[in-house]
Design a protein around this ligand. Structure first.
Ligand SMILES: *[C@@H]1O[C@H](CO)[C@@H](O)[C@H](O)[C@H]1NC(C)=O
Ligand SMILES: *[C@@H]1O[C@H](CO)[C@@H](O)[C@H](O)[C@H]1NC(C)=O
Length: 320
């Protein structure tokens, strides 16, 4: 169920006195990243990798996306891991798919069609609002949301006006996101903060809080097009905002890191971070997503290695 029914009103006192302790956040991020990954039993590790697959918003956001490349993406989302590997792990009848596919607005129709043909109900997410820069008129940004929803997207990943954050115009930011929320209707709203362009961790916290007050179902780190992507310090700040918002309102808001997450090992570090900061109840696709395009291939290669003891040759695991 979308959060639109339960959204909070704007309460600036929730952000006015906030000052993020940057050295403490950086220490915590280092601590998590320095931790040696425990050498788990390979079955356990494979099980975690499969869990990571179910969190992926399998994404293609390229100028040369076509109906057929989107169709291949959808097939990969439906069958993310080779059947024989799943059988070896006794996971072949668990219906493992990625959490969603994520495309540009003009490709939503292709994705909906491809998934329908495969009798598969994986949600289609669309970026919108002038992604990635957001530098288009508000009127067209809103229309873009409505058209993507009309074409069948059930999740909309919007970008915000970064200037509003950099100049501390929190009410204006709230109003903008409320309009996005309204344009989404029943579709879920995922608000991309583009944290690499927000100037400070304190701004990241404040923008997170405003986005949640305005009715976002998820807050998302990055577009994947900024030079600074999903980093652990930023994630820690966003996760603590999510926790604070939960304590204040009882509403659980989702988190989506995106941009630069490519290795299987890295994806497991993200799962640990969520587990430690928010607990197991956030480790489900309703509350956690990883936005990624190439991560899935690396996870499949790792699983291949763990199941067969060999490294996959290129032709063993064709990429989509
Ligand atoms: C973003 O906000 C700034 C500050 O209010 C404004 O000048 C600018 O036009 C806005 N950008 C867009 C794309 O509306
Ligand atoms: C951010 O992510 C994009 C897309 O995955 C990638 O092209 C870029 O190199 C990444 N930048 C950093 C600093 O990791």
């Amino acid at each position: 169920v979308s959060k639109s029914a339960v959204l909070s009103s704007l309460d600036l006192s929730w952000i006015s006195k906030i000052q993020v302790n940057q050295p403490a956040v950086l220490r915590r991020a280092e601590q998590i990243q320095a931790r040696r990954t425990v050498k788990k039993e390979w079955q356990t590790q494979a099980a975690w990798l499969l869990k990571a697959v179910t969190f992926i918003d399998l994404t293609t956001l390229s100028g040369d996306d076509t109906p057929s490349s989107v169709q291949r993406l959808c097939y990969k989302a439906r069958y993310p891991i080779r059947e024989d590997l799943l059988k070896a792990l006794n996971m072949h009848d668990k219906g493992i798919t990625t959490a969603a596919v994520c495309v540009y607005p003009a490709r939503v129709g292709d994705a909906v069609k491809a998934l329908k043909a495969a009798a598969c109900n994986i949600p289609v997410a669309s970026v919108a609002t002038g992604f990635p820069a957001g530098q288009t008129h508000l009127k067209t940004r809103l229309e873009e949301i409505r058209l993507a929803v009309e074409d069948g997207a059930t999740e909309i990943d919007v970008v915000i006006n970064r200037t509003l954050v950099l100049t501390g115009q929190w009410e204006a930011l709230y109003d903008e996101i409320r309009q996005f929320r309204k344009a989404c209707g029943e579709a879920h709203l995922k608000t991309i903060l583009a944290t690499g362009e927000l100037g400070s961790l304190t701004n990241v916290y404040k923008a997170s809080m405003i986005a949640m007050m305005a009715g976002s179902d998820f807050i998302k780190t990055s577009t994947g097009k900024e030079t600074i992507n999903a980093t652990f310090p930023v994630a820690i700040v966003m996760l603590r905002a999510i926790r604070d918002f939960f304590w204040k309102t009882g509403n659980k808001i989702g988190f989506k890191p995106a941009g630069g997450i490519r290795s299987a090992k890295n994806s497991l570090a993200w799962l640990s971070l969520i587990k430690e900061e928010l607990g197991d109840e956030w480790l489900k696709p309703e509350l956690f997503r990883i936005g990624a395009s190439t991560l899935l291939s690396d996870i499949e290669r790792q699983i291949y290695h763990q199941v067969t003891g060999r490294y996959a040759a290129y032709h063993d695991l064709p990429v989509s």
